[in-house]
Design a binder for this molecule. Sequence first.
Ligand code: BG6
Length: 482
Amino acid sequence: MDNNMKKYKLPEDFILGAASSAWQTEGWGGKKIGHDTFIDLWYKATPELWHNGYGPAVATDFYNRYKEDIGLMKECGLRSYRTSIDWSRFIKDFETGEVDEDGAAFYDSVINEMIKNGIEPMICLEHYEYPAALFEKYGGWGSKHVIDLYVKYAVEAFKRYGDRVKIWFTFNEPIVLQTRTILDAQRFPFKQDTKLAMQWNYNKILATAKAVEAFRRGNYGEKAGSKIGVVLNPEMTYPRSSSAHDMKAADMFDLFYNRIFMDPAVKGEIPKELFEVLDLHNCLFDYTEEELEVIKKNTVDILGLNLYFPVRIKARNSAWNPEVPFHPSYYFDHHEIQGKRMNPHRGWEIYPKIMYDMAMRMKNEYGNVEWMISENGMGVEGEDKYKNEDGVIQDDYRIDFISEHMAWLLKAIDEGSNCKGYMLWAFTDCVSPANAFKNRYGLVEINLEDSRNRKMKKSGKWFRELSDNNYFYFRDLVPVYK
Ligand code: BG6
């Protein structure tokens, strides 16, 4: 053993596992079961934008291979696994909330199989599997009627699986879909409408509060002692400098992309600065005082945070083009720092201290709420070239990535942050939004040339040891640049 290596111990009862989602793994099952999701709609409209055409149609074929996969989860030492229920597959009639019994039976089997193998199921109600029909009929999450339909769906899921699921999440990254599609127009349906995007944000905040309210009112968590929360993707935001203009720019980014969801989920309040600034730019969402009261009274039990990379912000040095409608970037610009560590495949900066900084933020600014890392991981292209003679991918870079991020997280836990776990993205390689199978995240390889066969990577074995030992070795953390 290298003398410079240090032992890092995980807390007892630490949640350790991996995540994925329904649409990124299940596939359509050979013949389509259930309705189309919004993602299916997007894939069908623009298959050419998905790397090599891979998409949700087959994904990893988890729908047919879930037993094999759950066996592999056990081999990798996962204590928990997060996936989502596909709303479009689980519900037959969106208006009445009538359940599709075939869809429901599938999730029943998956949950039972996990439990049988000693793996805690963690269930998310929407990981972008928004029903295509609701998008076509109501224009998506901009409609308040959709909130009621979502709550009906949530209640059906609580009723079916509430006795066995201990952690529920209302959404995965509720800001993402509308940001990519309606705010930044990068994806189908390529629309730019800031006010509408803000309405989607608000409606999902309200939907979370209403689902939490329904969960508590129906006592659906009583039997299993379950908790309910939301998975957010706040981006740890660093200003270019400590000068007032850069600090203000970073605060504005933080307001529009982080606090907008974190504050209502944990503190029960949408920041008043957000109301003011949206009003100023005529982009304020429709809300009522009664709805704000529901948000206030129904904060989450636990927060899941997906953390991958830092965001570096500076004040704009160009004036806003008055012919362009308002966008949050009116207030800031992204900043490039020299010498940063990069994941060149994904184009994301690697800065593991985000774990510590966000953890301390939870402790100091969010009442030390119970929270967990619900996603963190490294997507790498062309992993075939790292195969050894037995065909096992030697992904030491992933082991290093996880170790360093986890080491920073453990430091924050030592200092009192109430973090309960770490979930890797992802268990197997899977279909990613538009990246398709380009960047691989898994502990387990999906071989596309060989019938999607599974093979554990070196990191899968390492993860198993981590889980068995409850500690790992890694070098001492060194001070980092700001
Ligand atoms: C997370 C999402 O933000 O990032 C996942 O919850 C996604 O759905 C993951 O797959 C990795 O991002 P990408 O774009 O590389 O797949």
